[in-house]
Design a protein around this ligand. Sequence first.
Ligand code: SF4
Length: 362
Amino acid sequence: MSVPTASPRAALAPSEPYRSAAADGALGLDHAQFVARNAISNWPLAYRDLFAPHADLPRPLRRWCAEQQLPARVLVPRQRRRHMRTEKWLFGLADGYAVESVLIRRRDGYTACISSQVGCAFGCRFCASGQAGLKRNLSRAEIVEQVVRLGPRVNRIVFMGIGEPLNNYANVLGAIRILRDRNGLDFSTSGITISTIGIPRQLTALREEHLAINLTISLHATTDALRGQLIPGARRHPLADVVGRALDWGRRHNRLVTFVYLLLPGINDTADDLERLVALLRGGPARVNLMRWNAVDGLAFGRVADARLAAFRRGLVAAGLPVVVRDTQGNGIDAACGQLWLRDLQGGALARSSPSPAPLGD
Ligand code: SF4
């Protein structure tokens, strides 16, 4: 196959197939078919082949991908660690950065927990990913390729890795479209979850997307003041606005929004917190994931008492809210949104500055 010198589209002669004898038959379409099919769609086809790591793509196709801002096969596996039912991968990127992805085995399949950014601007106190700030967004290709790299057994995808997915809205939504395209990975959108701190403007944009994904909001507080302490990057996003727009999304798409609430003893587990949480969510298409942090040496947060956890749960259930209780440990995954591994947190100042908990009526 000749090496093109002009633009990739122009360089591919219409009669020239994408696959050469030396290549792996990436697309099975000749140039004319590929361009014709892409002319009626904004998204290229057969993405799985574009991103699958097992063989080189023909150079013209690589160039075409780059032109489409889909530089394929850019992830370099650098590390792979197993812990119980999880497998954590560190992928190197072309510019020297790295991101993490996690494969989680469930009873009925595998979940890919993938990253959307290098670093994160939100600086959550309970998350290692945010401590160094945001370096850059991941491209659509870098997002999709994580899923492909984790293998064909993946039947759920969660944007809970490094980065705030709604802070890289265009590329995350672009990647989801690639993942769901029936000519591509043909991934069911009902198996895709965006887990987010909740950026109001992007939540409204997401409401207008025709995507049957799942939405999880990392809430963790019932006042703006405390949420601003826990999630510094969310200080300019009023809690009521975040919750209101998330519930709007749920009503529009007829789906329950999952609100994740990490119970931190002495910080957000008071009777007042319970009352405010119920007031925020009652009557809306909401369910609550109550997370319990298991104390780890060197971290200031403690483990919430069983009685307090039970009271919180009872209060939410009494208000008609479905509740699931989860422990943060056990996944064996370092964090980010929703997973709350709290690896590098030094939370002393936060814990000390928090008011004494009011007793729960249990
Ligand atoms: S929890 Fe999510 S939003 Fe917060 S710092 Fe970590 S990656 Fe960013």
